[in-house]
Design a protein. Structure first.
Lengths: 150, 907
């Protein structure tokens, strides 16, 4: 992150008059994760208490401080999905893509997040890729979907 | 908020209460105990600990009493079986995640969790399982953060946010892994933390503790003694924890009306100097350049001989004394009495000359009394518009700044006028950044708008103000466009200030050295007084003029007459009646009736050879006076120098005799704080060296001269003060010892004191409007010295650092001595953060580390005066009050080749 980036982001935050939560969302949208060093610099520039923004950052599971792949895969391993084979999908991801919970593939294409519920148990097992839902999945169907992603 | 009384029933008992309160507030006020961990009456409730649950008739479930408002006819049950069982359950859950090491815990005996576990009979853990793994956080010189013991009540977060306004800590994560964090897991030192330690004092369990007290003792082993903080003019109440004659820790006194238990870094942690190796233990006399220990008799004989010699041979005017705003009222009183009765000299002054003498002169002329007109609590609770000008309040009177935040929360409008973008400007509704030294133009501008737009209070002026017509004529001719030209302030902003100030129900102007330390200091004060008089914003609750005093007892030292122009109680020296009165009271003849010399003049007259003897009690002019090199010369030149202090300071080197004194933790007496409140200091520890209280030393010298004043202790002196100083008449030793904290004026034993001054009438009769024309500062930047230097204080250090400099943790936090400069200036001059540069003025030069800042105007440099800034400042004085212009001089900067130690170069 260059100083110019910081200046630009700070300018944007000021222009849009973003709240702390919105600042985090804005950064995550821009970089696909929240780079901590950048966030510290922004805090300094805008005189935002670090503790406050860090509190929000760590409260919500949606924020990641680790660099993430182009595609964020969320696989549900909650009760319904687990029973219907969610864990098989997780095993497939480990075998085929070398993915574990929280890990990113070497080519920075995929990041896996195992979650407890995606709120769509009626079509369990459920997975998500970025903002799209995939219901009634099994390991083969999901593998195909992922392989087709550029 | 509308107020009104309602009736409720708590456990069947009928209680009449305010309708704006919560159940818990009402219960506690009526001595009905409801257990609570997260609630503290000084903070907003958040209902997180669930221990204060009660049953309310009509509610299906128990409610948290700390957040539940009362209503008419409400029936509350605090102790039903159901509630008790719930509380037991809650306590069980908390205890199951809490280390049960009470037997070695520092907090034992003072721990709320322990207390409630005892009261509810929680003997064992019922819920086993994983415990939260919160690690001990390190990295702070003062605070232990033992988060295993944390119960996540959030009090520390709230005190940091709501009271101090710093937000150094907050929750991290959620659910089981929640913890308190300073942001990005950083050490507290790398955060905004100011180390005020209020989080420690408010923590209900042992999670936050003082490093100084680790393994030093348990709560019941300490003697807990209430006294007053020795640092600034706020005069915070403190509780000193003593074991084996050692001060182990200090906590805020929750019952003090001054600070409600809150402190700043200095009051909480700044007591290391008490046991410093530099404490003076025996009287010392210089012989052939070396100090030799002597006993008191010899020291006093020696002083007597010398003083007598100079008095007899060169006259009383050859002797001068500096008293101390750090010493008690009684000590200051006896100091000036000694000078006036025994030595017959009015050459007595103290550091008030350097801070608020222009306020004293200014307000004495316009309204007759210069003390702060309102109490601190009034500002918090009643002021609707607060103008803060020329005072970096968060650093100079931190605990007062907590009240400003509270006022803001209540809805008061905050206006900050300061050339530096100081911390408090963050919460300002209007922030105005004028050029340095242009206050007169700016305030005349506001007055002009007030007059032109008929914002003035006609009725008030008619009844209580004189010189209005002349003033109006003058101000009508004032050219408003000058404000933009000279002060660089937009007229629109000024208009907003004028309206807010005059239209608010209660407005107050708060100021300190940014207004007073100018050659126009007194005139600046005239301008502020004009605004109050024009609008009638004085003499009401929450409305008035509030000069914030610097030292713990600078108000008292002035009241006691340690000033060359006043006898005690502000009785003018050159008034025949004063002299007669005091000759009578003191049973003395030929009291000096000529105005004596002020601080800066004393040093000038030493250099001229006119002053030959100097007696310094508890001051360190080598930091505090302007143009230090010139002071050094004077100290070298003066023929006989007595230094009376608690520590071996830099001036001791120049002394002929050094007298060891006791510090405020070792003696008794009274301090008068910024809001005129006279408070008792209590002896907390014994000092077993030869050091003595200042009053004793002076009394002994006076006795040697044949004066028997009959003082057996300080309270005898206070009795005499009751007799001599009108405004202290009712502040008797009995009342003081009874811990009454009375605000003067207090005229009789029945008088409760005076919270608000100037109600109905000014001391001088009518308020006087003063016509003030703008004058430029004495030394402005030019071709050769292109930068403007301004000086001030920083939070952690106190004045000449004789005390704070001995506190290891403070030294660690402040680090190397520094200056601040604008980022752009740095870039233009190729200077980087952390680099050392040389700053040169026409008087001298210093070398300091650079800190970059955006808060300074371009072309200015700020040096905290603790760091030898006064090597650079000049001695041009305000003609009325003789205050030097510390705030403005011109300097140039030079790149500096690395040298090992800057301090050596500086002095």
């Amino acid at each position: 992150m260059s100083e110019k980036d910081v200046r630009e982001i700070v300018g944007e935050i000021k222009r849009k008059n973003l709240s702390y939560l919105e600042i985090l969302q804005y950064i995550q949208e821009k970089y696909n994760y929240v780079p901590v060093d950048l966030l510290k610099k922004i805090c300094k520039e805008l005189e935002i208490p670090k503790s406050k923004i860090f509190g929000i950052l760590t409260f919500y599971a949606q924020f990641s401080t680790q660099e993430r792949g182009k595609y964020l895969i969320r696989v549900c391993d909650g009760t319904a999905c687990h029973v219907k084979g969610g864990s098989k999908i997780i095993n497939m991801l480990k075998k085929e893509f070398d993915l574990e919970d929280g890990k990113t593939t070497a080519d920075k294409k995929f990041t896996l997040q195992i979650v407890a519920c995606l709120g769509s148990c009626f079509m369990a097992p459920v997975c998500m890729v970025n903002s799209s839902y995939y219901g009634n999945m099994d390991e083969n169907k999901f593998k195909k979907i992922l392989k087709n992603l550029k | 908020m509308s107020s009104g009384k309602i009736k409720i029933y708590i456990d069947g008992k009928l209680i009449e209460c305010d309708k704006n309160k919560t159940i818990l507030e009402v219960a506690l006020e009526n001595n009905i105990e409801i257990p609570h961990l997260c609630y503290d009456k000084r903070l907003l409730p958040n209902g997180s600990c669930r221990l204060c649950i009660v049953e309310v008739e009509g509610e299906k479930r128990p409610v948290a009493s700390c957040t539940y408002p009362v209503f008419e006819g409400m029936k509350v049950y605090t102790n039903t079986e159901k509630i008790i069982n719930f509380r037991k359950l809650t306590l069980q859950l908390i205890v199951s995640d809490h280390p049960l090491d009470c037997m070695t815990c520092e907090k034992s005996g003072d721990c709320l969790l322990e207390k409630y576990a005892y009261e509810y009979g929680i003997k064992e853990v019922k819920y086993y399982g994983e415990k939260a793994k919160r690690k001990m956080k390190d990295g702070s010189p003062f605070i232990v953060r033992d988060y295993e013991k944390c119960i996540l009540c959030g009090r520390c977060i709230k005190v940091c946010e709501e009271i101090v306004g710093v937000n150094a800590i907050d929750y991290k994560n959620r659910g089981f892994v929640t913890e308190i964090n300073s942001g990005f897991d950083e050490s507290l030192k790398d955060t905004e933390c100011l180390f005020c330690g209020n989080c420690i004092d408010i923590c209900p369990v042992g999670a936050l503790r003082e490093i100084s007290a680790e393994r030093k003792g348990r709560d019941w082993e300490y003697k807990k003694i209430k006294t007053i903080c020795p640092y600034c003019g706020v005069g915070c109440g403190i509780v000193v924890y003593v074991k084996n004659n050692e001060i182990v820790k200090i906590k805020g006194d929750k019952e003090s009306p001054v600070n409600n238990g809150f402190l700043c870094i200095k009051g909480k942690f700044g007591f290391d100097y008490v046991n410093s190796k530099d404490r003076l233990k025996k009287p010392l006399i210089k012989e052939n350049g070396n100090f030799k220990e002597v006993d008191w008799e010899k020291a006093i004989d020696f002083i007597y001989e010398k003083l007598k010699f100079y008095k007899d041979n060169y006259g009383s005017d050859s002797i001068a004394g500096l008293s101390s705003a750090k010493c008690t009222n009684e000590e200051n009183y006896i100091f000036q009495k000694f000078f006036r009765c025994v030595l017959k000299s009015n050459n007595i002054d103290h550091c008030a000359r350097l801070c608020h003498s222009s306020t004293v002169v200014g307000l004495s002329q316009t309204i007759g009394s210069a003390a702060m007109s309102n109490s601190l609590e009034e500002i918090e609770k009643y002021s609707d518009c607060i103008i803060i000008t020329g005072t970096n309040i968060t650093e100079t009177q931190p605990v007062t700044s907590y009240r400003i935040r509270k006022a803001k929360e209540r809805g008061a409008k905050i206006i900050v006028i300061d050339p530096r973008e100081i911390e408090i400007s963050k919460i300002a509704d209007i922030y105005i950044q004028p050029r340095y030294g242009t206050d007169v133009v700016l305030f005349n501008g506001i007055a002009k708008i007030i007059i032109d737009e008929k914002l003035y209070n006609e009725e008030f002026i008619k009844e209580r103000v004189e010189n209005f017509d002349e003033y109006k004529e003058f101000i009508e001719k004032f050219d408003l466009s000058l404000v933009e030209k000279i002060s660089n302030v937009k007229i629109e902003d000024l208009r907003k200030v004028a309206y807010l100030y005059s239209k608010s129900k209660a407005s107050v102007i708060i100021w300190s050295m940014g207004i007073t330390q100018h050659i126009t200091g007194t005139e600046n004060v005239f301008c502020l007084s004009n605004l109050a008089l024009l609008t009638g914003q004085i003499g009401k609750k929450g409305s008035g003029l509030a000069p914030l005093r610097g030292q713990n007892n600078v108000q008292g030292a002035c009241d006691m007459g340690c000033l060359p122009e006043f006898y005690p109680g502000y009785n003018s020296v050159n008034n025949r009646k004063t002299i007669e009165r005091f000759e009578n009271l003191w049973n003395e003849k030929n009291l000096p009736d000529k105005v004596g010399l002020t601080v800066v003049e004393i040093f000038e007259n030493i250099l001229k050879g006119k002053i030959k003897c100097l007696y310094i009690m508890g001051e360190m002019p080598l930091i505090s006076e302007p143009d230090i090199l010139h002071i050094k010369e004077a100290l070298e030149k003066v023929e006989f120098l007595i230094v009376q202090d608690i520590l071996f300071t830099e001036i001791c080197e120049y002394a002929d005799v050094i007298l060891p004194a006791l510090c405020s933790f070792e003696k008794e007496g009274t301090f008068t704080n910024t809001e005129r409140r006279v408070q008792k200091i209590t002896k907390c520890i014994g000092n077993f060296t030869c050091a003595k209280p200042d009053w004793w030393i002076i009394n002994e010298i006076a006795r040697k001269f044949g004066y028997e004043w009959g003082y057996n202790d300080v309270w005898d002196i206070l009795k005499e003060i009751n007799n001599v100083v009108e405004i202290y008449q009712g502040i008797t030793p009995e009342r003081v010892k009874n811990d009454e904290k009375i605000q003067w004026p207090c005229f009789s034993k029945e008088d409760k004191g005076t919270e608000t001054l100037h109600i109905g009438r000014f001391k001088r009769g009518k308020g006087l409007l003063k016509i003030v024309e703008y004058k430029e500062p004495f030394e402005l930047p030019d071709k050769d010295y292109p930068f403007l230097l301004t000086t001030g204080r920083i939070l952690q250090e106190y004045h000449s650092r004789t005390m704070t400099g001995k506190v290891k943790g403070i030294e660690e936090i402040v680090g190397e001595e520094f200056l601040m400069m604008n980022e752009e200036d740095a870039k233009e001059n190729n200077i980087k953060e952390g680099e050392k540069i040389k700053v040169v003025s026409r008087r001298g030069e210093v070398v300091l580390k650079v800190k970059l800042s955006k808060k300074l105007q371009k072309g200015t440099i700020f040096i905290p005066f603790h760091f030898y800034a006064n090597i650079l400042t000049h001695t041009k004085l305000d003609p009325y009050s003789k205050i030097p212009e510390f705030k403005i001089c011109s300097v140039k900067i030079k790149k500096f080749e690395k040298l090992k130690n800057s301090r050596i170069i500086n002095v």
